[in-house]
Design a protein around this ligand. Structure first.
Ligand code: NAI
Ligand code: MG
Length: 356
């Protein structure tokens, strides 16, 4: 197939890790007979330096015309001045909005080879492989807010709103993903207390019964889910939840594997291009040293192949290649636990060698 990919390297270690992931995509294209075209565009601090805008219009246009987007990271101390007119992060928030990306996907997968990096006991973490779907553009973070007075005291409020279509579309995406995995979906809410959660629960149950009767479906309250993630993380397959619950639970879950440099994420909308990135930031402390772990970004490119290009076999090949290099004992400094470590480039080349 032919695909048009936009690369947004961004700041800090962004350019180094995106370069590694691009080499992996090139090898995938060669091995499986695809033609990928790449356009590199500016975002974040480097875009502010060169154009004054963290998201230049050229970047938005290129992204809109693309099939998928691979992002490194944005931000760094250089742009941290609180009095600055604009900040790198504003570019990231705007591109998500421009593309209508309402679903944030975060796989939390424990690589057996790294089991001793987890803060949990190996027997508890073993086999953990969860795919979170967090609703990204609705809920309390976007609800009406204000301040006033209650009983003579200063007060503030923020309302949580979900509409039926907002719930339907993310539940559908999550259920489809479950069909390609272990065929199990868990919806997380707080329906014992919150009205929007009751609407969420009713809507999700209807979508699942009408459209996905084959998918094993259950619901869990968010406070219980916070406990289950620590106690029995290996029991879950796909998890779908609202914006705030997803924010908190995915940050909790991202600590379980014990290696930030291994975790990818994706943001998807309705049909248009998806945005793929590592969950870590621009790591300014190690930028330019050639030691960043490229595996999160390489795994993000596997998600790109699967979710935007429908290339499941190719995605699985990339993921297996990553597992093989870990099994060979290759480690970047962040996952070496004091042992021998290799550079970004060597790690990237090891993955491409397994694929080729
Ligand atoms: P960070 O994730 O950049 O770094 C946290 C720690 O993890 C650092 O010690 C870093 O060296 C290490 N680390 C992160 N990724 C690594 C990798 N691939 N390989 C090896 N080590 C890695 O978070 P921090 O320090 O809080 O933020 C740094 C900058 O990144 C800030 O400007 C922040 O705003 C930005 N940021 C951007 C994000 C994005 O672009 N999506 C997300 C999070 C932070
Ligand atoms: Mg968060």
């Amino acid at each position: 197939m032919k695909a048009n990919l936009v690369l947004l390297p961004g700041d800090g270690i962004g350019p180094e890790i995106v370069e590694s992931a691009k080499s992996v995509l090139e090898v995938v294209a060669k091995r499986f007979g695809h033609e990928f075209q790449y356009t590199s565009c500016l975002i974040g601090g480097i875009a502010i330096d060169e154009t004054g805008d963290p998201l230049p219009q050229d970047t938005v246009d290129a992204c809109r015309q693309s099939d998928a987007i691979l992002l490194g990271a944005v931000g760094g101390p250089k742009w941290d001045d609180p009095n600055a007119k604009t900040r790198p992060e504003a570019g990231l928030l705007r591109i998500r909005k421009e593309l209508g990306l309402f679903a944030n996907l975060r796989p939390i997968k424990m690589f057996d080879q790294l089991a001793d990096a987890s803060p949990l006991r190996p027997d508890i973490i073993k086999g953990t492989d969860i795919l979170f779907f967090r609703e990204l553009t609705g809920g309390i973070y976007f609800g009406q807010s204000g301040s006033g007075e209650v009983d003579g005291h200063e007060s503030a409020y923020q309302s949580m709103v979900y509409s039926v279509p907002e719930v339907e579309r993310i539940v559908r995406l999550a259920a489809k993903a479950a069909q390609g995995r272990d065929n199990r979906l868990t919806s997380v809410d707080k329906a014992n207390v919150l009205e929007p959660s009751r609407l969420w629960r009713r809507t999700a149950a209807r979508v699942m019964a009408d459209e996905f009767p084959d998918v094993q479906y259950d619901v869990v309250l968010v406070d219980a889910m916070a406990m289950h993630l620590i106690n029995r993380p290996a029991d879950f397959d796909v998890v779908v939840t609202g914006n705030m619950f997803g924010d908190i639970l995915t940050d909790e879950a991202s600590m379980l594997p014990g290696s930030l440099g291994m975790l990818p994420s994706a943001s998807l909308g309705d049909g248009g291009p998806g945005l793929y990135e590592p969950i870590h930031g621009s790591a300014p402390d190690i930028a330019g040293k050639g030691i960043a772990n490229p595996l999160a970004t390489i795994l993000a490119s596997a998600m790109l192949l699967r979710h935007s290009l429908d290339l499941n076999e190719e995605a699985a090949a990339v993921e297996s290649a990553v597992q093989e290099v870990l099994a060979d004992g290759l480690r970047t400094a962040d996952i070496a636990r004091g042992g021998d470590s290799v550079s970004t480039e060597v790690m990237g080349q090891a993955v491409t060698a397994k694929l080729a």
